[in-house]
Design a protein around this ligand. Structure first.
Ligand code: PSU
Ligand code: MN
Length: 306
């Protein structure tokens, strides 16, 4: 029910550093050909930092940890034929033998099942801005509340209600740590103005926080942790530019009447158009940075006695 590549299985068995990577951003988060370039670049970043990459997805109905190059290419080039899988969609995709790209929620579940504790993504899902009416809150948040995986991200996607997302993470008991910052990053921009309770300034410091959370998780209350890395300064966009683009994107989504799992992919594509492609440059750069940081944390963890 869970296929690990030989490389990943060996690394997990031997306690080598491994970093999980998700596949929804490949099939439904970025356009071709940037999606394929990014998918390959993330694996390369993880390797360059001394860890083993494990891209996760459901391949022909088989939950796969450590996707083959040919599968990555199919997920990037034939994305219309690849489902977007959150946790609720996993069993159905398996039963129907389909291809499915896993979101943060589904990737966490499969990573934990494979014995992988560190996962790098771009921005997590969260509370949507119209959640008061639609009740649209990403399953990424509830997964963080129950699955012991450290998720390295640039905060929650800026298309969301960031203050409400932070509040909900607090409600769910998820520790949120800033990496070199005491503020929740805003995905395309470095700052949101929202303070974080915890800050860490090195991979070793993160590893010690995560080791404590993992222990606490094992004996008392199971759950993950969020490490928030601001996007690289060279490519980060001014908050005002991003807000203007998001307003136009949200208006378009409202006019078309997009609902459910289609909302996030629609908004990401619309923001890319509204920023003349700049959002894709930031998204790709922050993904690479997060993969690097995750690999450094996984390496620091591998060197700890517990
Ligand atoms: N981050 C990105 N691009 C993405 C996503 C995150 O930079 O495409 C995906 C993740 O897989 C995340 C999902 O789990 O969007 C959230 O979707 P939803 O809001 O429907 O839960
Ligand atoms: Mn949703």
């Amino acid at each position: 029910m869970l296929r690990l590549s030989e490389e990943v299985a060996t690394a997990v068995d031997e306690g080598q550093p491994v970093v999980a990577l998700e596949s929804t951003l490949i099939s439904h988060g970025l356009p071709y050909p940037q999606n394929l370039e990014v998918a390959r670049a993330l694996e390369a970043e993880v390797r360059a930092a001394g860890a083993v990459p494990a891209t996760i997805g459901v391949v022909g109905g088989v939950p796969t940890v450590g996707m083959a190059a040919a599968d990555l290419e199919r997920f990037a080039t034939r994305s219309a034929a690849v489902r977007k899988l959150s946790r609720r969609d996993l069993a159905v995709c398996i039963a129907q033998g389909a291809d499915g790209a896993t979101t943060v929620a589904a990737t966490m579940a499969l990573a934990a099942a494979a014995g992988i504790a560190v996962f790098a993504t771009g921005g997590i899902g969260g509370v949507h801005r119209d959640a008061a009416h639609t009740r649209d809150v990403s399953a990424d948040l509830t997964e963080l509340a129950r699955t012991p995986v450290l998720v390295v991200c640039a905060g929650a996607k800026a298309i969301l209600d960031l203050p409400a997302t932070l509040e909900y993470l607090e409600t769910l008991g998820v520790p949120v740590v800033g990496y070199g910052t005491a503020e929740f990053p805003a995905f395309y921009s470095q700052r949101s103005g929202l303070p974080l309770p915890v800050r860490a300034d090195s991979a070793e410091e993160v590893a010690s926080l995560w080791a404590a959370q993992r222990l606490h998780s094992a004996i008392a209350a199971p759950g993950g942790m969020l490490l928030c890395v601001p996007p690289p300064a060279e490519v980060a966009l001014p908050a005002a530019t991003v807000e203007a683009a998001i307003s136009r994107a949200l208006a378009r989504a409202g006019a078309v009447g997009v609902r459910g799992p289609a909302v996030t992919p629609f908004l990401l594509a619309a923001v890319a158009e509204e920023t003349g492609g700049e959002s894709i440059i930031v998204n790709s750069a922050l993904l690479r940075q997060n993969a690097r940081v995750a690999a450094q944390v996984a390496s620091a963890l591998a060197h700890r006695p517990w």
